[in-house]
Design a protein around this ligand. Structure first.
Ligand code: UDP
Ligand code: MG
Length: 189
């Protein structure tokens, strides 16, 4: 089973992704986590990505596509995965399609988590107090939300048009939301 989690910063993609991946034994691929690891190791890609991430902007499409192409070819990605936070632009979605075609994978479902903006800002500010993330100050959070709206939210209609999009309310008990997602993806497991 190959899934994509789509949704604004703070909606709970990471939390729900971990629960789901544990349940089904599939690989959790958060491009944000991968990039932060590269930054902590001060690799070429990490040093390059840091400039964008610290401003709340997107790391360029070609960087992400190259990184994910390599990642999806590895052995541990051949038995199911959940893409958390990628693709983030239409260009990335198109590039991902080409990659998947080449390696013979297909996406079973795109789960879109949603929540109202106040809830999201509150969650992110709260998370910023303990996460130690360089991009969780109020101004950067606002910028990430704007970037999401401008560049990532067009993916909702993109995936709706190919019949893959499922929308799930991201406000409520973690366990309840998890059950809602399980009901949907069980058919692909
Ligand atoms: N980022 C990016 N492309 C990705 C994933 C992350 O450019 O595919 C950058 C971007 O600057 C973003 C930041 O990393 O604001 C944090 O991403 P993450 O997915 O961790 O944030 P979340 O949306 O889960 O809060
Ligand atoms: Mg995340």
């Amino acid at each position: 089973m190959n899934l994509i989690f789509l949704g604004p910063p703070g909606v709970g993609k990471g939390t729900q992704a971990k629960l789901l991946c544990n349940k089904y034994g599939i690989l959790h691929l958060s491009t944000g986590d991968i990039l932060r690891l590269e930054i902590s190791k001060k690799t070429t890609i990490g040093n390059f990505a840091k400039e964008f991430i610290d401003k709340g902007e997107l790391v360029p499409d070609d960087t992400l596509l190259k990184m994910m192409k390599d990642r999806l070819c590895l052995d541990d990605a051949q038995n199911g995965y959940l893409l958390d936070g990628f693709p983030r632009t239409i260009e990335q979605a198109k590039g991902l399609n080409l990659i998947l075609k080449k390696i013979g994978h297909k996406i079973d479902s795109v789960i879109s988590l949603y929540a109202n903006e106040d809830e999201l800002v509150n969650r992110l500010i709260k998370r910023g107090l303990t996460s130690g993330r360089s991009d969780e100050s109020i101004e950067i959070i606002k910028n990430r939300q704007k970037i999401y709206l401008d560049q990532t939210s067009p993916l909702l209609s993109y995936y709706h048009n190919v019949g893959l999009l499922i929308k799930i309310n991201g406000v409520g008990e973690i366990k309840y939301i998890n059950d809602e997602i399980i009901k949907i993806v069980n058919q692909y497991a």
